[in-house]
Design a protein around this ligand. Structure first.
Ligand code: AMP
Length: 206
């Protein structure tokens, strides 16, 4: 299964809930890249500048990383991709890799949120480095005892957010028809509180 949506659509939040429900690994290209940057690997060094400014990391860096990951044993029974594919070449490379492995996509879930809501969602976003839980200062407030340890992503500034949103429209939205034609696309309205969106997703996938 693949999750697609603009930055701040709630992909990470919903993915964490869905992987528990379906007992499959959550494979987030953004999380993998942030880990590579934090570890200072060669791949992390290549990705860092693009990520900070809200640009996409080049396809040749990202494709190999994700295709390797979905070939790991824990993904053999299924997986949830979050943040990949994000470009047409990525979608095609994934298609080829899945066809080669005899794996078919069950669903591509598109979480739709209007642009007017995105910036407020992103600049208020905070995450817990210990558990990976994602909060929002206004819409999904963290428990007060966690407040001191929460962190903000470096690319969750207004400027980087606008660049990411532009990239979403120019590079990622055009892959939606690719999956629509395959008959696997499911659209869900991502507005409103996280629990409400989870219910919509579970209903839509049923
Ligand atoms: P995310 O956590 O999915 O919002 O990703 C954070 C950042 O990582 C993006 O703004 C990109 O710079 C980079 N990134 C994540 N996934 C991809 C991808 N599939 N292709 C290119 N860049 C990516």
């Amino acid at each position: 299964m693949i999750l697609i949506g603009p930055p701040g659509a709630g992909k990470g939040t919903q993915a964490q809930r869905l992987v528990e429900k379906f007992a499959i690994p959550h494979i987030s290209s953004g999380d993998m890249l942030r880990a590579a940057v934090a570890e200072g690997t060669e791949l992390g060094k290549q990705a860092d500048g693009f990520m900070k400014s809200g640009q996409l990391v080049p396809d040749d860096v990202v494709i190999g990383m994700v295709i390797d990951r979905i070939g790991k044993p824990d993904a053999a029974g299924g997986f949830m991709l979050d943040g990949f594919p994000r470009t047409r070449p990525q979608a095609e490379a994934l298609d080829t890799a899945l066809a080669g492995a005899g794996v078919s996509l069950d669903r591509v879930l598109l979480i739709e949120v209007p642009d007017s809501l995105i910036v407020e969602r992103i600049v208020g976003r905070r995450s817990d480095p210990q558990t990976g839980a994602i909060y929002h200062l206004k819409f999904n407030p963290p428990p007060p005892e966690l407040a001191d340890r929460l962190v903000q992503r470096k690319d969750d500034t207004e400027e980087a957010c606008r660049a990411r949103l532009d990239k979403y429209h120019s590079e990622t939205a055009p892959i939606v028809p690719f999956y629509e034609q395959k008959g696997v696309l499911v659209r869900v309205n991502g507005e409103g509180p996280p629990d409400q969106v989870t219910r919509r997703i579970v209903d839509a996938l049923r």
